[in-house]
Design a binder for this molecule. Structure first.
Ligand code: 3PG
Length: 203
């Protein structure tokens, strides 16, 4: 099923940025997040097991909408679709990658950190942009400044977002959801602390 990126982002309380180091962690970690109320999951392509982890979550975790993060190359697009990803996310927006996701009709949140990048992506038809790295690129103040001139552009700020400041971002009219790694810290995954991850997700 092809999703509307805007509907997907609006339905997500937040999008966890997940780094899976061990394939065996994929399913229990995803189940913990879903149990805690977070169902839209971004598994980053930063480890060798990422695509297999996505395959496992797509097959075994009921209620999860699994996508991939950190897409950087054109070849990543076909690999992610083949693994069962329902959406993709990138920290940036190189033209060749944007052409590939649009040709494939793959729901996608491309990355941007400036007004010009946001304008180019909106002109191409992307509905929701990952504002990255949100904190370092100007945070709430920067996004607030874009709300009037680029009123039709929706953002998912990611990078430096936490439980503490997520509400400030979400209060902005142009922010539909936020992304972040704080709900699945690598040390908790290494310790297989699924109950702890579920608690973070619920918070
Ligand atoms: C990302 O990949 O989107 C960021 O690394 C997540 O940033 P965070 O760790 O500050 O949440």
């Amino acid at each position: 099923m092809t999703l509307s990126t805007l509907a997907l982002a609006k339905s997500a309380p937040m999008i966890p940025v997940i780094v899976i180091e061990e394939l065996a962690h994929a399913v229990p970690l995803a189940k913990a997040l879903v149990a805690g109320g977070i169902t839209t999951l971004e598994v980053t392509l930063r480890t060798p097991v990422a695509l297999d982890a996505i395959r496992a979550i797509a097959a075994e975790v009921e209620g999860a909408v699994v996508g991939a993060g950190t897409l950087r190359k054109v070849a990543d697009v076909a690999a992610c679709i083949d693994a069962g990803c329902q959406f993709g996310v990138s920290p940036g927006s190189p033209a060749a990658l944007m052409d590939a996701v649009q040709e494939a009709g793959f729901p996608f949140l491309p990355g941007c950190a400036s007004p010009t990048e946001a304008m180019v992506l909106a002109e191409r038809g992307f509905e929701v942009l990952k504002f990255f790295p949100a904190g370092a690129a100007g945070g709430v103040k920067m996004l607030s400044s874009l709300a009037s001139p680029l009123a039709d552009v929706a953002f998912c700020p990611t990078g430096g977002v936490s439980l503490k400041n997520a509400k400030d971002y979400l209060a902005l009219p142009n922010v539909v959801t936020v992304g972040g790694s704080w709900v699945c810290p690598p040390d908790m995954a290494r310790a297989e602390d699924w109950a702890g991850i579920e608690r973070l997700a619920r918070a």
